[in-house]
Design a protein around this ligand. Structure first.
Ligand code: FAQ
Length: 337
């Protein structure tokens, strides 16, 4: 359902933004600029402007933390899945999200930022993660909607990242997108089954769609005009498609899916615009978005506390692994002597 076919051309006009000036040697800068202009890949050993490195670390950090915190709203439901089949699928999905976080922490390590530094940023509340994971999953229909819409929005954003100019991030995203595609499908399929069920089950699905729709639209980030990082990130080929263009693609792709499912998207202004060849849609509540991003959503405190506790509870595993590794090293030195 969500494939590389969503990998449409870059948002037009990007190349008209000049590259940010750098104080580094003109030769290194020129090599970097040429590679970016030729749509080549920047690799960890290549020289890169500090601002490029910083932007990547910021975005990869936000992304990695989203995958890790994103395990929590679904992990809560593993013990309450309605059948063995759904439980198996959910366990696999939550494990995949953990794996995505780890690939991304590794990608950030290639930029010189350690996993400990990244985790310190998350646990202290300084680093961001996606707004969407600060909302509660109230019932089983929410889990289907998270798969269909949250993973659907995530893939829409992530497929263009497979073409990101930074090699390790781009390569990590290829596998992530394949797995996210399975996540989206399993959510949609779970909802299709519920929509063939009782009146109460259908009402649960509609209620979950009503609660999640607008929050999923906000996942793509602020409107282009209010997005401080977009122009430069796109000029560097980190982001390929703007926040608003991705949001529009998501709306256009989701409307027919909602129709097949038999649910209404909760937006009276949602309608096809013949002239634009896109759907028009209503106003997103950006005050609510920023309030959530800034720590005041319904679950921010709970999510962070759960994450910090899980990390602290796992300290003995890290200690044991380190002690074992030191013991092996000491043995190896003794044997070599
Ligand atoms: N939530 O100038 P822009 C997933 C922040 S993965 C929180 O537009 P940018 C998988 C932004 O960081 C979902 N903060 O920034 C899954 C910046 O703050 P800063 C995550 C947000 O970076 C599914 C400020 O606003 N995906 O769901 C959000 O150019 C199910 C200004 O914004 C990614 O992270 C937001 N929604 O564009 C897991 C993909 N939006 O850093 C489990 C990679 C914006 O100045 C279960 N990331 N902000 O303090 C991106 O593509 C970009 O970072 C954007 C934002 C598009 C998210």
């Amino acid at each position: 359902m969500y494939t590389q076919s969503f990998n449409v051309p870059d948002t037009p006009g990007l190349r008209s933004v000049p590259l940010a000036p750098s104080t580094e040697s003109a030769e290194s800068q020129a090599r970097f600029d040429n590679k970016i202009d030729a749509d080549g890949k920047i690799e960890p050993q290549d020289w890169m402007p500090e601002a490029y490195r910083k932007t990547l670390v910021r975005q990869i950090s936000q992304h990695a933390h989203s995958e890790i915190v994103g395990m929590l709203p679904e992990g809560n439901w593993i013990s309450r899945a309605p059948s063995l089949k759904r439980k198996t699928i959910l366990i696999a999905k939550v494990q995949d999200e953990g794996g995505h976080g780890l690939y991304l922490y590794s990608a950030a390590e290639t930029l010189g930022t350690s996993r400990d530094q990244m985790l310190e940023g998350l646990h202290s509340g300084k680093a961001k993660y996606s707004s969407i994971f600060n909302y509660p999953t109230l019932n089983w229909a929410d889990l289907g909607v998270v798969g269909w819409l949250v993973d659907g929005a995530a893939i829409m954003n992530q497929i263009p990242l497979c073409r990101c100019s930074y090699g390790p991030y781009a390569r990590a995203m290829i596998r992530v997108c394949k797995e996210e595609s399975f996540h989206q499908r399993q959510g949609y399929e779970a909802l299709l089954v519920m929509m063939k069920g009782t009146v109460e089950q259908k009402a649960m699905v509609q209620d979950a769609v009503n609660r999640w729709w607008w929050k999923c639209l906000a996942m793509f980030g602020p409107p282009d005009a209010d997005s401080p990082h977009s122009a430069q990130a796109m000029r560097w080929g980190i982001k390929r498609i703007s926040n608003d263009d991705l949001r529009q693609k998501f709306v256009d792709a989701t409307v027919p899916q909602a129709k097949v499912l038999g649910v209404t998207l909760p937006d009276p202004d949602l309608k096809w615009n013949e002239e634009r060849q896109h759907h028009d849609y209503g106003q997103i509540d950006w005050d609510e978005f920023w309030s959530t991003v800034n720590g005041n959503g319904p679950c921010n405190k709970e999510r962070l506390a759960t994450r910090v506790k899980a990390h602290n509870d796992g300290q003995w595993v890290r200690d044991a692994a380190l002690a074992y590794s030191r013991k092996r090293q000491t043995q190896a030195i003794k044997e070599a002597a």
